[in-house]
Write a protein that binds this ligand. Structure first.
Ligand SMILES: Cc1cc2nc3c(=O)[nH]c(=O)nc-3n(C[C@H](O)[C@H](O)[C@H](O)COP(=O)(O)O)c2cc1C
Length: 183
């Protein structure tokens, strides 16, 4: 069985983050052919173009881990109708120096959960815009706009009955997307 290395990027640093729970749930739901490992972004410096020729070790690690991934999973909250700064910071870091972006061509999936009724829809749309520029092909359908509600997860971050089937279907489409772009 072929295996695919998937880099997971979580856009929240909050200890009890719903998006981390969503990411944990996705890891448990994923088939054995996906090897999902988190790419940490919380320890990166603020991006400064002056440092392009002298990137921090954490930035080099970020780029190395993206480079070793055959697919990417972005699981992020929405902050003020866009993506959190911490996520944009990581995206900017790995896109530089000019001509040495780590992102290009990596098939990606985008999901998010928020307390708001539109479930990170606008943040995801902004993220898709950025990723399009970086030449990252993002799974179009199904979209996953998830609202945090009681019963979404159990105590071990497994998905509750109401969302499990939908997220299973999402995962099947994502696996197909990764395969299509790595064949
Ligand atoms: C700075 C900030 C801005 C936020 N803006 C939005 C927003 O635009 N839309 C939304 O649905 N929720 C918004 N929220 C609420 C988040 O959905 C909520 O805090 C959520 O728990 C964040 O995800 P996390 O649990 O993974 O940290 C915002 C929260 C913060 C802290």
């Amino acid at each position: 069985m072929a295996q695919y290395q998937i880099g997971l990027i979580v856009g929240s640093l909050r200890r009890d983050s719903f998006n981390r729970q969503l990411a944990n749930g996705l890891i448990m739901l994923a088939p054995p052919e996906l090897v999902i490992a988190e790419i940490r972004i919380g320890d990166l410096p603020l991006y400064n173009q002056d440092e392009d020729a002298n990137q921090a070790d954490t930035v080099k690690r970020l780029k190395r881990e993206i480079g070793a991934s055959q697919g990417l999973l972005f699981v992020s909250p929405e902050y003020n109708r866009s993506i959190p700064g911490v996520l944009k910071n990581a995206i900017d870091h790995a896109s530089r120096p000019y001509g040495e972006s780590a992102w290009a061509g990596k098939p990606a999936g985008v999901l998010g959960v928020s307390v708001g009724a539109i479930g990170t829809a606008l943040a995801q749309q902004h993220l898709r815009n950025v990723l399009a520029y970086l030449d990252v092909p993002v799974l179009g359908q199904p979209e996953a706009f998830i609202q945090a509600k009681d019963g979404l997860f159990d105590d071990a971050d497994n998905f509750g009955a109401g969302s499990r089937k939908f997220l299973q279907t999402w995962m099947e489409h994502y696996v197909g997307w990764v395969k299509r772009h790595t064949a």
